[in-house]
Design a protein around this ligand. Sequence first.
Ligand code: ADP
Ligand code: NA
Length: 330
Amino acid sequence: SDRPRALSGIQPTAGSFHLGNYLGAIRQYTALQESHDAFYMVVDLHAITVPQDPAVLRANTRLAAAQLLAAGLDPQRCTLFVQSHVPEHAQLGWVMNCITGFGEASRMTQFKDKSAKQGADRTTVGLFTYPVLQVADILLYQADSVPVGEDQRQHVELTRDLAERFNGRFGHTFTVPSPHIVKETAKIYDLQDPSIKMSKSASTTKGLINLLDEPKATAKKVKSAVTDTGSEIVFDAENKPGVSNLLTIFSTLTGTTIGDLEARYTGKGYGALKTDLADVMVDFVTPFRDRTQEFLEDPETLDALLATGAEKARAVAAETLATAYDRIGF
Ligand code: ADP
Ligand code: NA
């Protein structure tokens, strides 16, 4: 294929994906499968950087794949696989560890946040080097474009730095990728605390929209979202972060511009906006849950599809690794 390559990965850790994952990343995965030679993976190697239960991990890996399919990934139009099925990730990961500075890795803010939450004694070396594994994930596929949310920008920057460093030292080997970050949805905020991003680890329970929750419970969360002082429905991220977040979500899920929404709700209160957004959300999550369930009910087909994906991914990854090994002197 002469299309540009895209690569991204998502963790299976939480079970259900949340609305931030969907709007910030997964929506872009489905868009890029039309224009790119796209590779998407469930990153189970990353999932073991924190304590995990084997049975839960196995179930959540399938669940993650089912959700990606439910969100619209089409195995005919992209390569969908599980990271641990392609051993080249760990192999190139080691190589990348060996050209990364300790100080450089220490500056990764995602690591600092996550290790602060774990505490020093429980933080693993795997967590420390996971951004470097992510570098290998991307470079193995010679990706041009990496669809992610804003919180991953620094890791794509690290990927660019390490690709250039390796290329400079050993001769051109890796494509230097760019992040594909859609500004409007790059950071979806917690519905109860719009000063923090929606996240499985940091969000408030009531402010986290899990896509697989009961639609009724989700509607309730939307209706009780925190809004701001005043009553006007206008997009103003600085002074009205709560309302602005709701407008972003509404606009993206319905394809209505923010301007049209502002006009529609002129003179109406926050309650009207939240009631309507609750309906929009229910219309979105209900078929998503049903489709996810359908994929889970047929585990043989799901596993076969992931095996085919791994085979396709491996062909590309093995070629890149062989070149890198040769350049290094292996
Ligand atoms: P989390 O951030 O909840 O731990 P992941 O690290 O698995 O979830 O993130 C998967 C993808 O979703 C990444 O590309 C990440 O940038 C994106 N993402 C996560 N949270 C948000 C958010 N609140 N807004 C936009 N994108 C997000
Ligand atoms: Na993240």
